[in-house]
Design a protein around this ligand. Structure first.
Ligand code: NAP
Length: 267
C-alpha cells in the first residue's frame, strides 16, 4: 500500500523538490502540505508537476489529521521543525526531518516522544549519499591525520552556521581523531575577529555564504609534507531526494529517533 506523505515547507526550495520527488515515486502518495507562505495554493502547481489537489495549509495538526498522513517530511526552519514533529508524533505520524539547526535539547525531547509514542522518527543533516560518505571518510582520515579544518559553502539565504552537515562532520572527526601533533604558535594575532573560524575542540570551521552555492563542504587534513582534501558538492537539490525517499519508506519501521542517513544505508 502506498505510503501517505505530507510535506512541511512545501512552498520552500527543498519542500517543492520533495513534492516533485514524492509525486514521482510509485510507492508514495503526496497527501498534505504545510507552509506559512503560499497558503491555499496547490502544492503540485508550486512544485511544477501540475495540480495534485493538495492546498497549502498553515496548521500542522489539522493538516495531518485531515490528510491521514503516515509520514511528515520537514524542510522548514529550526524554529518550526520541532513543533511540527511534536504535532506529528502525538498523532502517530512519523517525522522525517531535514531542517537543520534544531537545538540539542529539542532533539533529546523528540527522541523521548518518539519512544513514548512508539512512532519512528528520522532526522538527517544531509540526505545526499556523497555527503554521508564524506563524513565517514573524514572519520577514517582523522585517525591518521588529526590536524583538520572544515570549510562549508552554502547559499546566501541559509540561516544557521555552521551547517548541520558541518556539525555532524565534527562529531565524526572527533570520534575518529587521534591526538594532535602540530606545534602551533603560543599566541595568534587576529587582525579581524573570527579570521580563524569557529573552534570545535581544536577543529576550525569556516562558513561561507554566497549566491550560487547549494551545499558544499571540504574537510582539509594536514600532515607532514602532505595534505588531503575530501570535498563534497551538492550542485542541485535533487541530490537529497534519494535519501529523503528512502527515509519516507523506512521511518515507520523505526521505533525511536534515528539521526543520520548512514543508519539507513548498507555501507
Ligand atoms: P526555504 O526555501 O526558506 O523553505 C522553507 C519554507 O518553510 C519556506 O517556505 C518558509 O516560509 C517555510 N516555513 C517557515 N516557517 C514555517 C512554519 N512554522 N511552518 C511551515 N513552514 C514554515 O529553505 P530551504 O532552502 O528549503 O531549506 C529548508 C531547511 O532545510 C533549512 O533548515 C536547510 O538548512 C535544510 N536543508 C537540509 C538538507 C538536508 O539534506 N538535511 C538539505 C538542504 C536544506 P517563509 O519563507 O515565508 O518563512
Amino acid at each position: 500500500m502506498s505510503i501517505r506523505v505530507a510535506v512541511a515547507g512545501a512552498a520552500g526550495r527543498m519542500g517543492r523538490t520533495v513534492v516533485r520527488a514524492v509525486h514521482g515515486d510509485p510507492d508514495l502518495t503526496i497527501c498534505g502540505a504545510l507552509d506559512v507562505a503560499c497558503l491555499g495554493e496547490d502544492a503540485g502547481t508550486l512544485a511544477g508537476v501540475g495540480v495534485v489537489g493538495i492546498a497549502i495549509s498553515d496548521s500542522a495538526s489539522s493538516m495531518l489529521e485531515d490528510s491521514r498522513a503516515d509520514v511528515l517530511v520537514d524542510f522548514t526552519r529550526a524554529s518550526a521543525a520541532y513543533q511540527n514533529a511534536v504535532a506529528a508524533l502525538k498523532l502517530g505520524v512519523s517525522p522525517v526531518i531535514g531542517t537543520t539547526g534544531m537545538p540539542a535539547e529539542q532533539v533529546v525531547e523528540l527522541a523521548r516522544l518518539s519512544e513514548e509514542h512508539g512512532t519512528g522518527c528520522f532526522m538527517a543533516p544531509n540526505f545526499a549519499i556523497g555527503a554521508v560518505l564524506m563524513m565517514l571518510f573524514a572519520r577514517q582520515a582523522a585517525r591518521y591525520m588529526p590536524e583538520v579544518e572544515v570549510i562549508e559553502f552554502h547559499g546566501e539565504q541559509k540561516i544557521d552556521a555552521p551547517s548541520g552537515t558541518a556539525m555532524r562532520t565534527l562529531d565524526f572527526i572527533h570520534e575518529g581523531r587521534a591526538a594532535r601533533t602540530a606545534v602551533r604558535p603560543e599566541r595568534e594575532e587576529f587582525k579581524l575577529p573570527g579570521a580563524r573560524g569557529g573552534d570545535s575542540d581544536g577543529v576550525r570551521v569556516h562558513s561561507v555564504r554566497l549566491p550560487g552555492y547549494v551545499a558544499h563542504q571540504e574537510c582539509l587534513f594536514g600532515g607532514l609534507g602532505q595534505t588531503l582534501t575530501i570535498r563534497h558538492d551538492s550542485t542541485d537539490r535533487v541530490s537529497f531526494m534519494p535519501g529523503v525517499l528512502l527515509a519516507c519508506k523506512q521511518v515507520r519501521g523505526l521505533k525511536r529517533l534515528v539521526v543520520g542517513l548512514e543508519h539507513l544505508l548498507e555501507l
